[in-house]
Design a binder for this molecule. Structure first.
Ligand code: NAP
Length: 289
């Protein structure tokens, strides 16, 4: 299979390029090679490329900055995916476009399924939701995959920030009343090919289970202890979403994604987030390896 992966310099895109290069004919493009903010240039840039599948991991992902740069957020997260979807349709290729748990308002307290109504509460969420709709409207062959709390070795995320703080400070805290599911880029890379051919429309993909940021951080520190990663802080105190004053954008308090549809399609249950985080910490931080 010939594949183009956009966002090749990002957390998820870099992981997919690395994993898929072993099995497929892969071209990864970063922002310098294809700037999605210039949607009029996308068609020309991809005109001569030959591919069966285009995976779009590129996005304007800075949730707070999106509030100030609304036009840019919509250009990259909505207008560009529409052009990508059209180009793919013209080439008879499939588009897999990544989206986010932040399309939901977070008022539910059960895992969100694909049929649940999206109701974004930030510019980031609105722009990503607009992108989803434009992709799905273009062709019934394309697939939109929503993921949550993505982590992996190619770009630091929440878990790396907590480990860094625990190395520098004796007391650390994380929010205990915001829930979702950490999702390991390595696991996404492993799970995605199972639905390359079979699925179109909307699909949720995440590791199994749910946690708050405080539970996520505490588990990360516990794993560090297990793998003998030196830390100053051993426990993570609990803080409240309402105490956070420096966020510009609103975030959904609950955005757990149900992977029941993925499990029905593939017969595979994603591995529990605790195992995925432990695996990541052993690979990325442990000196015991
Ligand atoms: N991270 C999460 O927790 C999370 C949660 C839910 C959903 N998602 C979704 O998952 C996907 C992958 O996210 P990620 O975690 O890999 O984010 P990321 O590390 O921020 O990667 C995004 C990539 O998009 C690129 N990009 C930004 N603006 C661009 C432009 N104008 N033209 C071309 N490329 C551009 C970035 O390039 P630079 O490297 O030059 O900045 C970066 O490589 C996104 O669709 C995101 O919305 C992520």
């Amino acid at each position: 299979m010939r594949m183009v992966i956009l966002g090749a310099g990002g957390r998820l895109g870099a992981a997919l390029v690395r994993e898929y290069k072993r099995q497929f004919d892969v071209v990864g493009l970063n922002r310098t090679q294809l700037d999605l903010a210039k949607s009029d240039k996308i068609r020309g840039r991809l005109a001569s490329a030959q591919f069966d599948l285009l995976i779009n991991c590129a996005a304007f992902t800075n949730v707070d900055l999106c509030e100030a740069k609304q036009a840019e957020a919509f250009a990259i997260n909505a207008d560009a995916p529409k052009v990508l979807a059209e180009v793919c349709s013209e080439k008879r290729a499939k588009l897999i476009h990544f989206s986010t748990d932040y399309v939901f308002d977070g008022e539910k307290r059960q895992p969100y399924i694909e049929d649940d109504a999206a109701n974004p509460i930030s510019v980031y969420g609105e722009s990503k939701r607009a992108g989803e709709k434009l992709v799905l409207r273009t062709s019934d062959r394309h697939l939109v995959v929503r993921v949550s709390w993505v982590f992996g070795p190619d770009r630091p995320s929440f878990v790396d920030a907590m480990i860094r703080r625990a190395r520098e400070e004796e007391k650390i805290e994380a929010i205990a009343d915001k829930w979702s599911t950490p999702t390991y880029t390595r696991d996404v890379a492993e799970m995605l090919p199972r639905i390359f051919d079979v699925e179109a429309g909307l699909l949720h993909l995440a590791n199994s289970g749910k946690c708050s940021w405080q539970e996520y951080a505490q588990h990360a520190l516990d794993c560090c202890q297990k793998f003998e990663v030196p830390l100053l802080a051993k426990t993570v105190g609990a803080s409240k979403l309402a105490d956070l004053k420096n966020w510009v954008a609103r975030r959904p308090p609950y955005s757990v994604l149900s992977t029941a549809k993925y499990q029905t399609l593939t017969g595979i249950t994603p591995r529990p987030w605790r195992d995925a985080v432990a695996d990541y910490i052993e690979r990325s931080y442990s000196k015991k390896k």
